[in-house]
Ligand binder design. Structure first.
Ligand SMILES: C[S@@+](CC[C@H](N)C(=O)[O-])C[C@H]1O[C@@H](n2cnc3c(N)ncnc32)[C@H](O)[C@@H]1O
Length: 278
């Protein structure tokens, strides 16, 4: 199956055009999948006095969760798409988080001096640039000696069936195909992340599979957020009645995961941890 977006997703205008979907998805301000955010924070070993950089932070995950843990240190959310970062800033304001710094920048050439941060995180971003080893080298450069980095990425598409279910619901409602964005899963095979981290020059690389059965109540806004992120170009003109019909189609397409009033959604991600020498 080809992914028409696969050669464009590392371009700024691609993400700028997706921002309305993420704005809609982040309107509740709360973190999306905080379980994975907390695991990332734990595995990277973030403590309240650290200076932390979150790359490809987009609308602020996991930066906003990290900001809630930092006391004397700092958190910087960095992303190449200012419209996504604007949502992160609005979320932080809504949650009364005042210790989040925001910097626009590309992960291929981070706009920070050498040895600036104690820890670096990134969730669902490293799949997009072509030169992933170069991006990991950039992280190594901005980390202080002894610092740690953690990259979370999506697991294989087959292990994350909600993507295809949501796309099936969209197809039923709009009568058109929504091909899966395969680029999202290009680091899903075991070993790829650890290999990138090692080749970038980290002293130690570790890789962990993260599995979750996410419990979503029927009619939860999870489905609306998933639709908004998948088809940002189609949601702009929908009336609330059309939203209701569309979300019915999407939830019907997820029927295999329904257990009474709960959907049990399987999710698989991978986490790569790189440790530097002191
Ligand atoms: C799938 S979103 C993830 C956002 C957030 N970390 C999350 O998990 O919700 C991917 C983000 O990566 C950013 N991105 C893609 N390529 C990038 C690059 N080369 N440098 C910096 N950011 C990039 C996009 O702008 C987008 O905000």
């Amino acid at each position: 199956m080809t992914d028409p977006a696969s050669d464009t997703e590392n371009r700024t205008d691609y993400w700028k055009n997706r921002s309305p979907g993420w704005t809609e998805a982040a309107s509740g301000a709360k973190p999306s999948n905080d379980t994975f955010n907390l695991r990332l924070i734990e595995e990277v070993g973030i403590s309240p006095d650290m200076d932390v950089l979150d790359i490809a932070s987009g609308t602020g995950d996991p930066a906003i969760t990290i900001a809630g843990k930092i006391e004397t240190g700092s958190v910087t959310a960095c992303d190449m798409t200012p419209t996504m970062l604007a949502v992160a800033a609005a979320r932080a304001a809504k949650l009364s988080i005042d210790n989040l710094r925001i910097t626009a920048g590309n992960m291929t050439a981070l706009p920070f001096c050498d040895s600036t941060f104690d820890a670096v995180t990134s969730r669902n971003g490293l799949m997009f640039p072509n030169d992933k080893i170069g991006c990991a080298r950039e992280v190594l450069r901005v980390l202080k000696p002894g610092g740690t980095a953690g990259w979370m990425v999506w697991g294989p598409i087959d292990a994350n069936p909600t993507f295809s279910s949501v796309n099936a619901g969209l197809k039923k409602f709009f009568g058109e195909n929504f091909p899966p964005r395969l680029i999202r899963h290009n680091l899903g095979a075991p070993g790829l992340l650890a290999d990138i981290i090692t080749q970038a020059g980290f002293a130690k690389a570790e890789e962990i599979e993260l599995k979750q059965e996410r419990l979503i109540k029927k009619d939860n806004d999870y489905f609306r957020r998933a639709v908004a992120r998948t088809a940002p170009h189609r949601i702009g003109t929908l009336s609330e009645a059309e939203w209701t019909a569309l979300l019915d189609d999407v939830q019907n397409a997820c029927a295999d995961y329904r257990d009474g009033d709960i959907y049990r959604i399987p999710i698989v991600a991978r986490l790569g941890i790189g440790t530097t020498e002191i």
